[in-house]
Structures are given as structure tokens and as C-alpha cells.
Design a protein. Structure first.
Length: 218
């Protein structure tokens, strides 16, 4: 998607007030257009037969067909449609399942409007987006699941991977510097290089990519 493209967005949530709130937030973004609003998962699948948005905001807990099952079917039938899961809880047990099954993002509903707007843009551009509030859950669940590999060696240096592991452990630049016995400036340089190589803009995205590629262990 180029920078001048309008991102077509669909919203699926059984709470009418929440759907309308999201619509009201997004309608003022000049690079976004709401093309569908649905009440539940089955409604989404019917709607996608008529219109295919670039990004769907999909609530996990919906009647008739919940968001997890709906997301799997969307991914199978419409692989170009990117899905951001929405949940009320940061410890939702579905985090790993949805990301493994093809979701591109995971947000908590009580996050800020700017979080949602940013997530839509990131996901539409082909990147993953997981709200920082959910990152710990993602890490712990992925670590229990992952069969590790060392494909990171094709992209990162060993020292960059050391830094990325420490980022995944939630350490600050100062703590990373102390752990690895390097300066904070060197840490910042490594992080900038990691972001550039992984084509991400923050720590959470870098960790999610590393987890999806099975580079990190518990």
C-alpha cells in the first residue's frame, strides 16, 4: 500500500455503542474509510462477500460466531484482509491462538484512540501491532509454543540478538547496557539497527516479529 492510498476499514463488534465510537474516531482520519460495520462473526463473513476492507477490527467475544473462529475463516478465504483483534482483557487466553492463526494485531479495547489509529496504519502497511499491555502475555504464550530456530543469523548480528532478547525481557536501555557490559549509546545504536532490519518502529513490534519467527525462548 502506498502512502496516498486510503485504508478501507471494517468494524465488527456486538456492542453498537462501541462500533459507533470507533466509526466516529476513524471518520476524521483522511487516510481511512469505513466500508463495513458488523454485529458478529457470521455477519462479518457475509459482509466480506460484498466488500473486502484492507483491515478489519474484530472483537473476540461476539455471539453466533466468535472473533477467533471468524478470524480463522477470514484468513482462509480472504488472505489479503488484515485482522486486528480487540479484547477487553490484557490476559486473554486467545492471544497466541489468534496470532498463530493469522491475526496481524491485538489491542485492548480501553486503549487510546491513537493506539487504534496507529495499529490500523501499521497493519495496513504489512507490519504486526500488539498493544504493549498485551506484550507480556504474547511473550509467555509464544515461548511455551515455539520451536526455536536460528534464522535470525541471516538478518541480525549476535550482539543485536542479545539486545533483542533483553528487550523481550522488558529491560530498559540502561539495564541492557549493564547486562551486556556495553554503553547505553551502543545499545541505542543496536536497537536502531534492529528496527531498520526488521522494518519496525518500536520494541513491541520487534519482539512480536522475533516471536513469530521463533527466535526467542523462555
Amino acid at each position: 500500500m502506498n502512502q496516498t492510498s486510503v485504508i478501507h476499514v471494517g468494524i465488527a463488534d456486538d456492542n453498537e455503542q462501541f462500533r459507533e465510537t470507533l466509526r466516529d474516531i476513524l471518520q476524521y482520519e483522511t487516510d481511512m474509510q469505513i466500508v463495513g460495520m458488523w454485529r458478529h462473526g457470521a455477519d462479518v463473513l457475509l459482509g466480506l462477500e460484498e466488500v473486502q476492507p484492507d483491515v478489519v477490527l474484530l472483537d473476540i467475544n461476539m455471539p453466533f460466531l466468535n472473533g477467533v473462529e471468524a478470524m480463522k475463516r477470514i484468513h482462509e478465504r480472504y488472505p489479503d484482509v488484515r485482522v486486528i483483534m480487540l479484547t477487553m482483557h490484557d490476559d486473554d487466553g486467545y492471544v497466541l491462538e489468534t496470532l498463530k492463526s493469522g491475526a496481524s494485531g491485538y489491542l485492548v479495547k480501553d486503549g487510546s484512540a491513537s493506539d487504534i489509529i496507529r495499529a490500523i496504519r501499521e497493519v495496513a502497511a504489512g507490519r504486526a501491532m500488539v498493544h504493549p499491555q498485551v506484550t507480556h502475555t504474547v511473550i509467555s504464550q509464544f515461548q511455551n509454543y515455539a520451536q526455536l530456530n536460528d534464522s535470525w543469523k541471516e538478518i541480525l548480528t549476535e550482539r543485536e540478538m542479545d539486545v533483542l532478547r533483553e528487550i523481550a525481557n522488558g529491560k530498559s536501555n540502561e539495564q541492557i547496557a549493564n547486562t551486556l557490559h556495553i554503553t547505553q549509546k551502543t545499545v541505542k545504536n543496536h536497537i536502531s539497527s534492529i528496527f531498520q532490519k526488521l522494518e519496525v518502529s518500536d520494541r513491541t513490534q520487534a519482539v512480536v516479529i522475533a516471536l513469530k519467527r521463533h527466535w526467542l525462548s523462555a
